[in-house]
Design a protein around this ligand. Structure first.
Ligand SMILES: [Zn+2]
Length: 188
């Protein structure tokens, strides 16, 4: 090796080592399930201590002034920001909830009762198979408020190697922007 090629070799080694150390010290794993690489996913599940969040919304009309995906957007925003503060892996967009009462409205996507339950069970089963043993469902849609407690309670009908928790407090008593009226319901 000439002196110049030795220096090049040494510089490349230094850069590689620095990158590896930086990665080990500050992996900055994404909380988004779909943004992780396969190897990073394994690290992420370990870092999350097997805790995963499943934010659930819907596709429905929200008056003339709000997007059809409002409930999904809100639930995901809260879940993603919570997971960034206290690391957990957040499942991709899930809007396969209950909305039979508004299926006549433009843009509404309404799945059958059987499909809602079957798809949710298959999803939590698949999350568990990937290492999510504590699954927190975060609900963003009023029409899911009977479906999800029933789903969680009926997990006892057969043995599972994971636990489903349900967070359905869509209007917290404190925090958030000031409201114009005390009765602030769907789409304001
Ligand atoms: Zn809704």
């Amino acid at each position: 090796m000439t002196r110049i090629s030795k220096m090049k070799f040494f510089s490349a080694f230094l850069i590689l080592t620095t990158v590896q150390v930086a990665h080990a010290q500050n992996p900055k794993l994404s909380v988004h399930w779909e943004e992780l690489t396969g190897p990073d996913f394994v690290t992420a599940i370990h870092q999350a201590q097997n805790t995963c969040i499943l934010p659930i919304g819907i596709m429905e009309k929200h008056s003339p002034h709000l997007p059809i995906g409002s409930d999904l957007i809100n639930a995901r925003y809260a879940a993603i920001h919570a997971a960034q503060q206290n690391y957990a892996v957040v499942f991709p967009e899930y809007y396969f909830g209950q909305i039979s009462e508004a299926r006549h409205e433009p843009g509404t996507v309404s799945y059958s009762r059987d499909l809602q339950l079957a798809l949710l069970q298959a999803t939590t089963d698949e999350m568990s198979r990937n290492g999510c043993k504590k699954i927190l469902i975060v609900n963003g849609h009023g029409g899911n408020t009977s479906l999800l407690p029933y789903f969680a309670q009926s997990q006892l009908d057969k043995p599972h190697d994971y636990v489903v928790y349900l967070f359905s407090q869509r209007t917290p008593a404190s925090g958030g922007p000031k409201k114009k009226s005390t009765n602030d319901q769907h789409a304001g």
